[in-house]
Ligand binder design. Structure first.
Ligand code: SAM
Length: 230
């Protein structure tokens, strides 16, 4: 079984997600106590998609996030590096458009999309700033970005419980549900190493996006960052 290191080499990241693919959707729902569904609905609402809009769901994995976004009536395409995640997605969600692509070299011309989004994927990119700039390239001026990602609960007590108890317990709980429990050691490590809401907002602003703001979900365990293409 494989896990990526915090260097986030793309081949290691892809291999790790290939290993979790089979039980990915179920593991997520179990480990988040069903909150993942609310986070996905909030992401769709934040993107304000309308029928006819073109939307890219980057790091779409099995397409679980793409499927939720497509409920808006927009044309949504999911892209991901892991062929294992994509093939589970094709089998389980045959109507969802999914393709293989690397976030740092997207196979789309400039200004293709009205909206772009990443749910629980940006943290895994070898260079998140370069990924945000590549997203800006494929978005039309005035288009929208929403990043849904694990974050830092602002309340000190909640943060302590989350970091010291919840994230510590994660790998043990994952052992009973995941097809690659090692990946959940990486998950906990990568959440701890991830920038705060403010620091991520600065990263987004430096990558070609304006009007950056965020909203905490579930006491800040997850944050939704919104921005507009300059
Ligand atoms: C935690 S999953 C998220 C899947 C889905 N968006 C969701 O909300 O459940 C993260 C995904 O990021 C993908 N990923 C990581 N680095 C990537 C890259 N450079 N380009 C495209 N996808 C990448 C992984 O393959 C994995 O499927």
């Amino acid at each position: 079984m494989s896990r990526a290191s915090l260097r986030k080499e793309p081949h290691e990241v892809a291999a790790m997600f290939d290993g979790v693919a089979r039980r990915y959707d179920r593991t997520n729902t179990v480990l988040s106590l069903g909150q993942d569904r609310a986070w996905r609905r909030a992401t769709r609402a934040a993107l304000a998609l309308a029928p006819g809009d073109r939307c890219l769901d980057l790091a779409a994995g099995t397409g679980v996030s793409t499927e939720e976004l497509a409920r808006s009536g927009a044309f949504v395409v999911g892209a991901d590096l892991s062929l294992g995640m994509l093939s589970v997605g094709h089998a389980v969600r045959p109507k969802v458009a999914l393709l293989a692509a690397d976030a740092l070299a997207l196979p789309f011309p400039d200004g293709t999309f009205d909206a772009v989004t990443v749910s629980f994927g940006l943290r895994n990119f070898v260079d998140p700033a370069a990924g945000l700039a590549e997203l800006a390239r494929v978005t039309r001026p005035g288009g929208r970005l929403v990043i849904c990602e694990f974050s830092a609960p602002p309340n000190r007590l909640v943060r302590r419980v989350y970091l010291d108890a919840v994230l510590r317990a994660l790998p043990a709980v994952a052992r009973s549900v995941s097809s690659n429990p090692e990946a959940y050691v990486y998950l906990a490590e990568s959440i701890r190493a991830w920038p705060t809401q403010q620091a991520l907002a600065s990263l987004i602003a430096g990558a070609g996006w304006s009007d950056v703001r965020w909203r905490n979900l579930t006491a800040g365990i997850v944050a939704l960052h919104h921005a507009t293409r300059r």
